[in-house]
Design a protein around this ligand. Structure first.
Ligand code: NAD
Ligand code: 2ZO
Length: 484
């Protein structure tokens, strides 16, 4: 497959290049080799994208929701038809195994386009009767120009999760992918335009933080949706606040997964695997603090180690591979440094713990047991395949410990006692909770975090509120009174 894109940016319905921008090499994580080069957006490219969005958005906003939705749904169908090629590209961009990308990435993007394409025609205002003959009606209106800034772990999904609700509500989108994974969003833009999206409504510009900052601070931008780390979130939120812009912040986490003594152990092990090792552990919502009831701890660890032995680590394009490399050398080194910290702090390494002796950025899925709450591997987001297993005995105690974090993205509980499951879920301080499952993210359900993990929600009807605003129109039918 050709990995070098036609040009670095997609603006006003066409590929655009400005080779005076600094080059960014795209590295295939499985080999460490350069597979493409894009150029960082210059101020002229950023201005071109904003101008195109400004021209296109007012016309788009006048279309009916049915017309807008039809284009999004057509794009969803095209993405599904091209799933193989898009999944291969996602694997080149991120290193995630094709076994995963072929079911989780373009398909999730298509779900978002289909869902918001379907919902577009249902966006209406309210009629609010007042005393007498007077009344108010509300109009749900677009925000204008939305900027989306992506992380590197789900480049296709993030491009669609932000673009689909923005476009459904009548906005234009300028999307800046992560500089680590710049390829997939260009394909999303290409497909949207092939599906009939008018030029200028979905633009992709490449670049690092400075390009993101230029977009966020431009006074013509009305909304910023970031998927990224908490430190970046702080900067972007502050910059957006300067212009009183709307924001969605999808940030990091250090989520708890609580496994009670009555849990089905096989299911709990599956949950812990999906919550720690999917995408080689590079998932924001991962349940990396796994609290296991002391009564089943050794049985849990034994089954977990056995199941991890079945992981097929290798060429991400091979259909049997179920565990790929880290996205970059930098991410690999972060993970290795935390494995060292875990050892140094006295946690018991029960699985993995080493870099693989092969090209690319591979590290073994790793599990530490006997982890205590104060250890760095139990407090800090690693964003890699390092599971911390902590012991507990008492429900109140484990909930207090699960919530004793500045993050609040996700949380999970495994138990056969459903009364307990709902009680625990209600007490979790997290935006996205799971009972006897982990890391599902259906488009119908809100996804997002509380505390430092974020502001706003993606997916579901909730996202509409974050990409539109309500105007109240007071209508007086009787005579207007005045004091003089
Ligand atoms: N909550 C979620 O839905 C979710 C999903 C995926 C990843 N994440 C989080 O993302 C992080 C990993 O991704 P990452 O390393 O790409 O994050 P990051 O914060 O380093 O970068 C995210 C994006 O922000 C841009 N950026 C950096 N500085 C900026 C600035 N000053 N202004 C504007 N843009 C700027 C980057 O270029 C990149 O596109 C983890 O913390 C993970 O938990 C969260
Ligand atoms: C769909 N997942 C796997 C929950 C990923 C959501 C985005 C977080 O990184």
């Amino acid at each position: 497959m050709k990995t070098q894109p036609t040009a670095s940016h997609f603006i006003d319905g066409a590929y655009v290049e400005d080779a005076t921008g600094a080059p960014i090499d795209v590295i295939y994580p499985a080999t460490g080799k350069v597979i493409a080069t894009v150029h960082e957006a210059t101020p002229a490219i950023v201005a071109q994208a904003i101008d195109a969005a400004r021209r296109a958005q007012p016309v788009w906003a006048t279309l009916s929701g049915t017309e807008r939705g039809r284009i999004l749904r057509r794009a969803a169908d095209m993405i599904r038809d091209r799933n193989h090629d898009l999944s291969v590209l996602e694997t080149y961009d991120t290193g995630k195994p094709y076994q995963e990308t072929s079911v989780a990435d373009a398909t999730s993007g298509a779900d978002a386009l289909e869902y918001f394409g379907g919902i577009a025609a249902t966006l209406t205002g309210e009629h609010i009767p007042l005393g007498g003959d007077n009344w108010v009606y509300t109009r749900r209106e677009p925000l204008g120009i939305c900027v989306g800034i992506g992380a590197w772990n789900y480049p296709t999904q993030i491009a669609c999760w932000k673009g689909a609700p923005a476009l459904a509500c009548g906005n234009a989108m300028i999307f800046k992918p992560s500089e680590t994974t710049p390829l997939c969003a260009l394909k999303v833009a290409e497909i949207l335009h092939e599906a009939g999206l008018p030029a200028g409504l979905y633009n992709v510009v490449q670049g690092k933080g400075a390009v993101g900052a230029a977009l966020v601070t431009d006074p013509r931008v009305d909304k910023v949706s970031l998927t990224g780390s908490v430190p970046t979130g702080r900067k972007v939120y502050a910059a957006a606040a300067e212009g009183i812009k709307h924001v969605t912040m999808e940030l990091g986490g250090k989520s708890p997964l609580v496994i009670f003594e009555d849990a089905d152990i096989e299911n709990a092990v599956s949950g812990a695997i999906m919550g720690n090792f999917y995408s080689s552990g590079q998932v924001c919502s991962n349940g990396t603090r796994v609290f296991v009831h002391r009564a089943i701890k050794e049985a849990f660890l034994e089954r977990l180690s056995a199941r991890l032995g079945n992981a097929v680590i290798g060429d991400p394009m091979a259909p049997e591979t179920s565990f790929g490399p880290m996205v970059s050398e930098q991410q690999l080194n972060i993970v290795l440094s935390y494995i060292e910290k875990g050892r140094a702090e006295g946690a018991r390494l029960v699985h993995g713990g080493a870099r693989l002796d092969r090209e690319g950025y591979y590290v073994q899925p790793s599990v530490f047991a006997d982890v205590t709450d104060d250890m760095a591997i139990a407090r800090e987001e690693i964003f890699g395949p390092v599971m911390a297993v902590l012991d507990f005995e008492d429900e109140d105690d484990v909930i207090a410990r699960a919530n004793a974090t500045e993050f609040g993205l996700a949380a999970g509980v495994f138990t056969r006692d459903l009364a307990r499951a709902h009680r625990v879920a209600a007490r979790f301080e997290a935006g996205t909770c799971y009972i006897n499952s982990y890391n599902d993210a259906p488009v119908e359900a809100p996804f997002g975090g509380s505390k430092l993990s974020g502001v706003g929600r993606e997916n579901s009807k909730e996202a509409i509120a974050h990409y539109s605003q309500v105007k109240s129109v007071f209508v007086r039918m009787d005579d207007m009174e005045a004091p003089f």
